[in-house]
Design a protein around this ligand. Structure first.
Ligand SMILES: [Zn+2]
Ligand SMILES: [Zn+2]
Length: 355
């Protein structure tokens, strides 16, 4: 089958012929119907994130935002059947550790990152293996087709968890999202659906235009103001209730925390780059004085996908609104290359793997 293979970090990527996967007894194989192209693939390609455990031995197949149709099921799998259309989280869980048993599979003790770790070759491929299929394959309701679900990859579902659970975004709250890439735009769309007044902050006008289309009540171009955090505090009469760093660089993280009012909650979704290597200095005394909460958010637990899928079924959320373009597997390397200069808007989805 064809797959996008990472042979050497930072060197050009290409499409290669590789072996089809065989299912483990607990695993299932899905034919990939769609897979989003994400900045996280770009980070993995660059060889970032060894501090996060996301630097695989090479060669390695990239891709971590798939939806698909089940084509083969391991002998020990009980709840998943051939032919089922499924959403697939990127953060595979074991189902046995205490976190999994307490509904926190997204931070499973035995976490395997699809497309980022040796144990899980990625999904820019005709087929992908899903370990512990009973937990990690999420059947789609009949009313949601795989096309629609293809926009629900890591950025959308991660933003759902960040806004609905970790940020606990409520009706009428002021939410500011710093960084309007795929995660940021998804967070804006979702926070708006949860009833918040959302402000988008970015450096690029076309991304801010998309932010407004997706529900931001206003936007700030950080290039046009002295200090975007001061601007947000002015707009919100004292500071936002919830801030999001959707990018993971020092500037956006600091600006997000500085945008908050007293008692505010910061949600960190973006992972840092090779400049920060996982560490960003923060104004801790101010965090104390304002009783600011700083919360991390990783993926979405499969057991809570149903909440997001219900909101999609009822039309409150529309992941297809985030999908900017559909491409074939041979265009994936160029799409990732374009991310070097932040030249992508929204979520590109690869939906043709065999051409
Ligand atoms: Zn676990
Ligand atoms: Zn992603």
């Amino acid at each position: 089958m064809q797959a996008v293979v990472l042979e050497e970090f930072q060197e050009p990527l290409d499409v290669q012929e590789v072996e089809r996967p065989d299912p483990e007894p607990h695993g299932v194989i899905a034919e990939v119907e769609g897979c989003g192209v994400c900045r996280s693939d770009w980070h993995c390609w660059q060889g970032d994130w060894d501090w996060f455990g996301y630097r695989p031995d090479l060669p390695h197949i990239l891709g971590h935002e798939p939806t698909g149709t089940v084509v083969e099921v391991g002998d020990d799998v009980e709840n998943i059947e051939e032919g089922q259309e499924i959403a697939i989280p990127f953060n595979f869980a074991c189902g046995k550790c205490s976190l999994c048993r307490n509904g926190r599979e997204n931070i499973c003790e035995n976490h395997i990152g699809l497309g980022f770790m040796n144990e899980a070759p990625g999904a820019f491929a005709e087929e992908v293996h899903i370990p512990n299929g009973d937990i990690n394959a999420v059947p789609l309701p009949d009313s949601i087709d795989v096309e629609t679900a293809a926009g629900c990859g890591c950025r959308f579902m991660t933003s759902y968890h960040g806004m609905a659970h970790q940020g606990d975004v409520g009706n009428g709250e002021d939410v500011v999202v710093h960084g309007c890439g795929g995660i940021g735009l998804s967070a804006i769309h979702i926070a708006n659906a949860l009833g918040a007044n959302v402000i988008g902050v970015d450096l690029m006008d076309d991304k801010l235009d998309r932010a407004e289309e997706l529900g931001a009540v206003t936007t700030v171009n950080a290039k046009d103001v002295d200090d975007p955090a001061t601007e947000v505090r002015d707009i919100t009469n004292g500071g936002a209730d919830v801030s999001v760093d959707a990018l993971g660089i020092e500037t956006t993280c600091r600006n997000a925390v500085d945008s908050l009012g007293k008692g505010g909650r910061h949600v960190q979704i973006g992972l840092t780059t090779s400049d920060e290597r996982g560490e960003i200095p923060l104004p801790t005394d101010e965090i104390v004085a304002k009783e600011i909460e700083f919360v991390g958010s990783l993926g979405l637990q499969p057991s809570r996908y149903s909440e997001m899928l219900d909101m999609i079924e009822s039309g409150k959320l529309d992941p297809t609104a985030l999908v900017e373009e559909k491409i074939d597997i041979h265009q994936v390397p160029d799409e990732l290359e374009a991310m070097t200069d932040f030249n992508t808007v929204g979520i590109p989805v690869c939906n043709d793997f065999s051409s």
